[in-house]
Design a protein around this ligand. Sequence first.
Ligand code: FPP
Length: 253
Amino acid sequence: MSMKIPFFKQKESKANETSDSDNMPRHVAVIMDGNGRWAKKRGLPRIAGHKAGMDVVRDVAKAAANSDIETLTLYAFSTENWRRPTSEVNYLLSLPKEFLHIYLPELIENNVRVETIGDSTVLPDHTKDAVNDAKSKTMMNDGLLLNFALNYGSRYEMIEAIKQIAADVDDSALSLDELDEDVVSRYLYTNNLSDPDLLIRTSGEQRLSNFLLWQCAYSELWFTDILWPDFTADTFRQALTDYQQRKRRYGGV
Ligand code: FPP
């Protein structure tokens, strides 16, 4: 049986976190890519890469909490991932339960709130149950919001929002004159969240892959060739430091 590694060693590592707390991103989103290639390089099945990637989630969540990031949104399963072989889909959808089985007690101890975005209706019951249990046990926590995008697709999210907006206009609950960016944002899964300030993608790919397309309109993008299972808390802190140097102009000068 493997030893349980503490999720946070908050006091001990706090001093090592990014020293300049100015201009920290409030919301960091991550496309955790490269698990398959990591496994292939080692002659392992793809799921070994996903398993290794799950442990990196713990390290990055810890680093995010210790850097006072408010929200960490992780792309764990996209609406396009159903196209993968059934065995891989089943494995990916078992990971939230496995992760929460190991780490939920420490998440609770460390005031982390677990949430998800995406269409959960079609997820297997064991995935939904594990996630709902974590959400209800952490809903009162006000530390890091650890937000898993599960069966998430940005275009689907927008279509659902458009349908709901049309229905509300039909019911006179909303008038077209009121429709602006804030109203549209409220109809998205990310309803109560600030937009990501920083989007990280690993593995050398430089695209958004249907992730938070509306929300990332003004996000700073940070890419690395490192494959997700090799990503570390230090690499995460490097991304934060680089973000801190950037000047965001939002279309202004
Ligand atoms: C992309 O790599 C990664 C995914 C589709 C899944 C990401 C999931 C995890 C890192 C684990 C999630 C953990 C929890 C706690 C839910 P890829 O398989 O496309 O890699 P490749 O491009 O090298 O083939």
